[in-house]
Design a protein. Structure first.
Length: 72
């Protein structure tokens, strides 16, 4: 599901607003979990990050790109 979201992080207009909110909240939480893992293990592979987060490698790659745009 993560990899299906475009770079603009927008969902189709036909998705109800409450579902959009839940997805965005979940994505933010998942991004923060990835940030925490990668701050503790900076050289961690995308495959291992995907395994730990129970995501596809494409989903983990998306989170890594998202973190690069907002490194905090």
């Amino acid at each position: 599901m993560v990899s299906a979201v475009g770079e603009k992080e927008s969902l189709p207009e036909e998705v109800p607003e409450d579902l959009k909110y839940l997805f965005e909240e979940w994505l933010d939480e998942l991004t923060e979990e990835a940030r925490k893992i990668l701050s503790q293990e900076p050289g961690l592979s995308v495959a291992e990050l995907a395994r730990r987060l129970h995501l596809s490698p494409e989903g983990a790659s998306y989170l890594c790109r998202r973190l690069k745009r907002d490194p905090r």
